[in-house]
Design a protein around this ligand. Structure first.
Ligand SMILES: Nc1nc2c(c(=O)[nH]1)N[C@H]1C(S)=C(S)[C@@H](COP(=O)(O)O)O[C@H]1N2
Ligand SMILES: [Mo]
Length: 371
């Protein structure tokens, strides 16, 4: 199997540190991949991903939090710092939203050279029904001080990354928290938020890549300047080389995936389908705007045709698409899908390279054997 297909934008042939020029993953990457599982693509069938099938990404360890003793500190540029119990959060007004979440590293494993990190192919996605309370309203109740501009969210999990010991931390601007309707979430698919997904309380910022949605929250600190923690300055930037300051990763790029049709080979997972009529189906999403089109190619990307799209009510949740395909002749082919959103952004046919392997949203390609 070749994973080197479609590498673009490579300025040099040298391999930067922390990357690998080999298509074969290391045992370290296997260890990450067994902890952080993806969503099996057949689960694209569900509007809402069942909890055990939603992807997982945990940088360090799942911390030992007990709902009874857990507390949330709200501090910094607020007139009344708060220390909340879970009960206090549960008593606040709630809303329930279907939100599609995708890891920013989804698609990374196909790049060469690639960052040695979680080797996602394309399955780091899921759609949850998240219930929680609006972050912006809670902060208004705490009283924002003039000049406050963003909030640093800190998780209870601690580890060492790039040689730097840290709690997992990300910030979000107050404007973005308001605009997205960001929530402090305590319930997933109607059940108490499970440990692996950040229980008892996590952040969900609809439309943004997964890294923004800080799990196991212990504190919200309101600040008046851009936060420059590790996960902003070192990780989650699209760079061309180690000296490139790059651009911060933010909203999910437009993307589509299909349920692989037919039956898989156990080892290679290559698909076998029967000649005749098939209904292809999948999902498409974008963190910036509603999906306006999904196109399907049944000949490896030479020709594209429009699929039927059922645009989701909430643009934060993926849209379903279907396509009637007649497999005419026995032989080998490649099925592909690509989506466009209302900003006009469309998935590229081939992956576009960057050092960390972030936001790699190339068209989904599924090789099939027709018999
Ligand atoms: N505290 C904390 N929050 C975190 C992470 C983490 O390692 N620690 N991982 C982030 C990343 S990179 C992703 S993609 C999402 C994954 O959320 P999930 O495991 O619930 O799917 O959580 C984000 N929030
Ligand atoms: Mo992620």
């Amino acid at each position: 199997m070749s994973l080197s297909k479609g590498v673009q934008g490579m300025a040099t042939t040298s391999v930067p540190s922390g990357t690998s020029a080999s298509a074969e993953v290391s045992l370290e990457e296997v260890a990450l991949a067994t902890r952080n599982h993806g969503m099996p693509l057949e689960a694209l069938r569900y509007d809402t991903t069942p909890i055990g099938l939603h992807y997982l990404l945990i940088h360090y360890d799942i911390p030992a939090l007990v709902p009874e003793t857990w507390r949330l500190e709200i501090s910094g540029m607020v007139t009344a710092p708060l220390r909340l119990e879970l009960r206090d959060v549960l008593e606040r007004p709630t809303s329930r939203r279907r939100v599609t979440m995708e890891c920013a590293g989804n698609g990374r494993a196909r790049l060469l050279p690639r960052t040695v990190s979680q080797p996602w192919l394309h399955e780091a996605v899921g759609t949850g029904e998240w219930t929680g309370t609006a972050v912006a309203d809670l902060l208004d109740d705490a009283g924002l001080v003039e000049g406050a501009s963003e909030v640093v969210f800190t998780g209870a999990d601690r580890g060492i990354e790039g040689g730097v010991e840290q709690y997992y931390q990300r910030s979000v601007t107050l404007d973005e928290l308001r605009e997205t309707g960001a929530m402090l979430v305590h319930t997933l698919n109607g059940a108490p938020l499970p440990p692996q997904h950040g229980g008892p309380l996590r952040l969900v910022v609809p439309g943004w890549y997964g890294m923004t949605n800080v799990k196991w929250l212990t504190s919200l600190q309101v600040v008046d300047r851009p936060f420059d923690g590790y996960q902003h300055q070192r990780a989650y930037r699209t760079r061309q080389d180690a000296d490139d300051p790059g651009a911060p990763v933010s909203r999910m790029a437009v993307r589509s995936l299909m349920v692989p049709p037919g039956i898989p080979d156990f080892l290679t997972r290559r698909r076998t389908v029967e000649r005749g009529a098939h209904r292809l189906e999948g999902r498409a999403w974008s963190g910036s705007a509603p999906i306006t089109a999904v196109e399907v190619s049944t000949d490896g990307g030479a020709n594209w045709q429009a699929a039927d799209v059922e645009v989701s009510e909430d643009p934060a949740a993926w849209s379903r698409w279907t396509f009637a395909w007649t497999a005419e002749r026995a032989g080998e082919t490649e099925l592909c899908c690509r989506a466009t959103d209302s900003t006009g952004a469309r998935q590229p046919d081939e992956p576009v390279w960057n050092l960390g392997g972030y936001a790699v949203n190339a068209a989904h390609r599924v090789p099939v054997t027709i018999r």
